[in-house]
Design a binder for this molecule. Structure first.
Ligand code: HEC
Ligand SMILES: [Cu+2]
Length: 350
């Protein structure tokens, strides 16, 4: 058994741990600062339930402390046996009815919010994006726009954007805590949810369903821009000519090596729906490599030579010839200049 010092220490440790852990998390990656409709309605429910729980806690504690003090065993009354009471209909009714009322107060808004968030009546008139979850990256197909992209999802601020989601392998779950709740992404049966962002900015997303060794590295972003910027971005993406030759000679060589080394079997540049690997049309505009690493040339060369150490279990490892330093360098040069748009996560505030 712990002595009181031990108990104090354990309590102190738990307290500090709670304090330190509560500092975890990034800005724009927290459900507690909602920046979108779904996140806001979850937050309202979190506040409601917390207030009710605190109320119950306070009432129980007050009764507990009063009982503890008033009904202590008193000096000189060691042998005193208090009146033995059994059953009390009024009390029992009260402590049955009150919890029922409290649960109804929680249940009604929860059920209403659930139906509200599942309402898809205006889906046809809204922006629809087909989302595919893959072991360990996300693909976005802009229905009707002939645009394919991966990793970064661009959407306009203040508009409902419907995500129609399927997985190409195992079950994933799409979660952008600042904007909305989670939704499972299954290999069969399309799941739909909508996102409506209130503020421009870059919001971080996570896979919220364990899906393999690199599950925790399956990060992505939602880039929320003004409606005009969104139109510009769409046009920029549509204007990409995948065959266009880069000016730079190293990049030009990289382009040839990209074709020679089987990269195109999995990676499309432009609107081709090939999506065994991430679409690279605007790869140079991304701020992250493979969703997680800072996008620098060094990191990219490391990735091309050995993706396995960066993302264990990824589906690219071993599927193309080993690349020499020069070849990897040239391909990196080529990929980094794929920057079709001025609208990027950086311009959106990341
Ligand atoms: C068998 C299919 C396949 C082949 C072949 C392949 N890749 Fe990949 N590649 C992938 C997959 C899958 C990913 C996503 C890995 C992850 O994040 O889990 C990926 C990721 C990448 C990324 C990061 C993309 C991003 O959005 O950040 C780059 C860059 C890349 N590959 C370049 C190449 C190059 C260059 C080649 C040829 C030398 C190549 N790949 C060959 C499947 C492939
Ligand atoms: Cu996943």
């Amino acid at each position: 058994m712990l002595g009181w010092m031990g108990k104090f220490r354990a309590l102190f440790l738990l307290g500090s741990l709670a304090l330190v852990l509560s500092g975890c998390g990034k800005e724009n990656l927290t459900a507690l600062v909602p920046k979108g409709y779904g996140a806001e309605s979850s937050m309202d429910l979190i506040i409601l339930t917390t207030v009710i729980m605190l109320f119950v806690f306070a009432v129980v504690m007050v009764i507990y402390v009063i009982t503890l003090i008033r009904f202590r065993k008193k000096k000189g009354q060691e042998d005193y046996i208090p009146k033995q009471v059994e059953g009390n209909q009024t009390l029992e009714t009260v402590w049955t009815v009150i919890p029922i009322l409290l649960l109804i107060i929680i249940a009604v808004p929860t059920v209403l919010a659930t139906f509200d968030l599942a309402d898809e009546t205006d889906a046809k008139d809204s922006i629809n994006i087909n989302v595919t979850g893959n072991q360990y990256w996300w693909h976005f197909d802009y229905a009707g726009e002939e645009i394919q992209t991966s990793q970064d999802l661009y959407i306009p601020v203040g508009e409902k954007v419907y995500l129609n989601m399927l997985s190409s392998d195992v079950i994933h779950s799409l979660w952008v805590p600042s904007l909305s709740g989670k939704m499972d992404v299954n290999p069969e049966n399309e799941n739909t949810m909508y996102i409506e962002a209130y503020e421009e900015g870059v919001y971080w997303g996570k896979c919220a369903e364990f899906c393999g060794p690199s599950h925790s590295l399956m990060d992505f972003k939602i880039v929320v821009v003004s409606p005009e910027e969104y139109e510009t971005w769409i046009a920029d993406m549509q204007n990409v000519d995948p065959e266009q030759e880069p000016q730079d000679t190293v990049a030009l060589e990289g382009q040839a090596l990209f074709e020679e080394n089987n990269c195109m079997a999995c990676h499309a540049i432009g609107s081709s729906p090939v999506a065994t690997g991430p679409n690279l049309t605007n790869f140079g505009d991304r701020s992250r490599l493979a969703g997680i690493k800072e996008l620098t040339k060094d990191n990219l060369v490391d990735w091309l030579q050995d993706p396995e150490t960066i993302k264990p279990g990824n589906k690219m490892t071993g599927k193309y010839p080993a690349l020499s330093d020069e070849d990897a360098d040239a391909i990196a040069e080529y990929l980094l200049q794929l920057q079709p748009s001025d609208i990027t996560p950086e311009s959106a505030g990341n």
